[in-house]
Design a protein around this ligand. Structure first.
Ligand code: SF4
Length: 324
């Protein structure tokens, strides 16, 4: 597949009074056109900060992108002016966040909010804009959109609100959609419907999607490839089928072992021992060693190099090195 996005050595740090928190520390990955790529890991692994960095929306003050490149086709987004970047946000790339409450403004109608990116980026107004708004609400399967455009967010259920947020993100037909745990606040049935919907829209429009999640079940359903993040870095990357069949990194194996299987009892689920490291003082060597059942002396001393697993697939673990 042709590349849409290529991230190289991205670093985003938080500068605190007495410490530097390395939230994203040398992340590299690619997204092909029309491809769905997962970014998985526990909370605090740097997934969301990676996505906010792609949009150049890192929290201010405090966070700064300190290194790397983000190539969107021929443009390095980190070299664009703020004005040029605004053209990208909401137009060529859009983000759907976890909680629709924070993405929707309670004092504007749903129609006004979905129309906003249409006005801003497509410069459409009046009836033309309204036609596009209705089309987007129909696309996300909101019943009777002519009636619903005049209503306020509180008049929608949680699942319907998340659809409105998706409509806002998709209305300008972005080339890249970042979905940051968009189903966390939804119950299981609504979640399944929402996932199916995004999958269909993706297939219809050819949009590329980055799925940010801690849920490997969602990755299995939605993604072609997956990047596993730990302590601000990608520790394993590969095709979903391959990684589920033969995970190479002990952390990936642990994540897969903690996925509830049909019929498995919750109390029998494997729990990953210990806590992710404090990003202000990441241990020397492989950051996973304090929790890794297979850690060796070498793991405590040196960060494992990138070992290619063929194609674009790779892992950072001493076990995968020759003689490991
Ligand atoms: Fe475990 Fe060592 Fe591999 Fe890190 S490098 S995951 S500590 S075996």
């Amino acid at each position: 597949k042709d590349l849409l996005l290529r991230v190289e050595g991205l670093k985003t740090y938080f500068f605190q009074r007495n410490a530097v928190l390395k939230a994203v520390d040398g992340v590299s990955f690619t997204v092909g056109q029309g491809e769905a790529v997962g970014l998985v890991g526990e909370s605090g692994s740097g997934k969301t900060m990676t996505c906010l960095s792609l949009m150049r929306l890192v929290p201010q003050p405090g966070a700064r992108i300190v290194g790397g490149e983000i190539w969107f086709k021929g443009d390095n987004l980190l070299e664009l002016s703020e004005h040029e970047m605004r053209e990208y946000r909401g137009h060529r790339m859009a983000i759907i966040m976890q909680d629709p409450q924070t993405s929707l403004n309670p004092v504007y109608t749903v129609g006004e909010q979905v129309a906003e990116p249409v006005r801003l980026h497509l410069k459409e107004r009046g009836q033309q804009a309204m036609a596009r708004v209705l089309e987007s609400l129909r696309a996300v399967r909101i019943p009777r959109p002519e009636l619903r455009v005049g209503q306020y967010p509180h008049q929608f259920s949680g699942g319907m609100r998340q659809r409105v947020v998706a409509a806002m993100g998709l209305t300008t037909q972005p080339e890249l959609l970042i979905a940051d745990e968009p189903t966390t606040s939804l119950d299981v049935t609504i979640q399944a419907q929402f996932l199916r919907l995004i999958r269909e829209l993706q297939q219809e429009s050819g949009t590329s999607v980055i799925w940010v999640t801690h849920d490997l079940g969602i990755v299995a359903q939605m993604c072609d490839r997956v990047n596993v993040m730990y302590a601000g870095r990608i520790v394993e990357s590969g095709r979903v089928r391959q990684i589920y069949k033969e995970p190479q990194h002990p952390y990936t194996r642990a994540l897969l072992d903690s996925v509830p299987l049909m019929g498995a009892r919750r109390d029998q689920l494997y729990q990953i021992e210990g806590q992710p490291p404090d990003l202000r003082s990441i241990p020397e060597g492989c950051p996973f060693w304090p929790r890794c059942p297979e850690a060796m002396d070498k793991c405590r001393e040196q960060y494992p190099p990138r070992t290619s697993l063929g194609g674009q697939d790779f892992v950072h673990c001493w076990l995968a090195e020759p003689g490991g």
